[in-house]
Design a protein around this ligand. Structure first.
Ligand code: DAH
Length: 345
């Protein structure tokens, strides 16, 4: 009997690895089976001289116990990995699959698509423009006088403030009005959805990034009555067929006359509740007849053509539609909020 051979076999056993059930069984037979290496040593033990029996007896017992323990350990780790223990790097393809979670569309996307699809029915096409704009398309061409406060750092994120035609993040999608007038053939009927940026402190009612949809219609003989009808039809498609609108005189540099539009509160049906602050009305957009100076700035003959424009905040429309009371929900992507829209198609 060779002491070194026993020590080496012990070390070999301690380092054994096996891939599957079959390999483990093969190892067990090779070590502990009838003709196994460990079994064979026990047979040889009979021939060991009496004075060496104690030494070899102890060594062989350690060897056998280690072999048994190692086989057990291999079996256990195989069972673990079959239970999907990722750390072991093994996959059990017979396990039932994980449930597929369906995502929900974001309420801003849902609302944007709905607004677009309503205006598409009226014959509008979608136009988009850049988020990084110049002063001319955001302010100059829209009749903002040079000293207008909207051009102030308080509101606008400037990227390059040195040139006269400054580079900035658009503060409204009215810039796409200008781009459409510049490059489209008349008559024009476009709807312009997009992201806008204003340097506002984030709160329940304001955010520095939000979304708007701009609308523009230019043709011969477009009147304020056409504007009113377009907005009424939109409001009824969006908030229900009983919805009423009212127009309040307002001011925008690029429209004359200008108005702000309210819809009858769809929660209390106009009776007055805490959503409409007891008034029965909810403000949804700004609009007006395109100022002749704005038409001329983009090369359109204001004696021959007239038009109307309107602009609305998508977050605002979505808040009214689903009674969301804090704008920040739209940006935080808390799945508990997003899941509420799973069933909205
Ligand atoms: N651009 C305006 C804003 O950001 C919204 C607006 C008002 C757009 C009146 C228009 C309009 O086209 O006619 O507040």
């Amino acid at each position: 009997m060779n002491e070194k051979y026993i020590d080496e076999l012990l070390e070999k056993i301690n380092n054994l690895k096996a891939q599957g059930e079959q390999e483990i069984e093969e190892l067990r037979v090779k070590l502990l089976g009838k003709k196994g290496e460990v079994t064979h040593l026990f047979e040889e033990f009979r021939t060991v001289p009496p004075e060496q029996k104690k030494l070899f007896g102890q060594k062989l017992n350690v060897l056998k116990n280690n072999a048994l323990a190692k086989i057990e350990a291999l079996k256990e780790s195989l069972a673990d990995s079959q239970q999907g223990n990722a750390a072991s790097g093994q996959l059990d393809l017979t396990m039932p699959g994980d449930k597929m979670e369906l995502g929900a569309r974001h309420p801003i996307s849902i609302t944007r698509e709905e607004i677009i699809s309503i205006f598409k029915k009226f014959g509008y096409t979608v136009a988009e423009g850049p988020e990084i704009e110049d002063d001319w398309h955001v302010f100059g061409a829209l009749n903002f006088p040079p000293e207008h406060p909207a051009r102030d750092m308080q509101d606008t994120f400037f990227i390059d403030n040195h040139d006269e035609n400054k580079i900035l993040l658009r503060t409204h999608t009215s810039s796409v009005q200008v781009r459409s007038m510049e490059r489209m053939e008349l008559p024009i009927r476009v709807i312009c959805p997009g992201r806008v940026f204003r340097n506002e402190a984030i709160s329940a009612r304001a955010h520095c990034i939000f979304h708007q949809v701009e609308g523009l219609y230019i043709d011969r003989n477009v009147s304020f009555a056409d504007l009113k009808q377009a907005i009424l039809l939109f409001a009824q498609e969006m908030f229900g067929p009983d919805t009423k609108i009212r127009m309040r005189p307002s001011y925008f540099p690029f429209t004359e006359p200008s108005a702000e539009v309210d819809v009858s509160c769809n929660i209390c049906k106009g009776k007055g509740c805490n959503i409409c602050k007891g008034t029965g009305w909810l403000e949804i957009l700004g609009c007006g007849m395109v100022d002749p100076a704005v038409l001329e700035a983009s090369g359109i003959d204001s004696k021959e053509y007239s038009g109307f424009a309107f602009g609305m905040g998508i977050e605002r429309i979505a808040m009214l539609k689903w009674q969301v009371n804090d704008l920040r929900h739209y940006f935080e992507n808390d799945v508990r909020f997003l899941r509420e829209f799973e069933t909205v198609i």
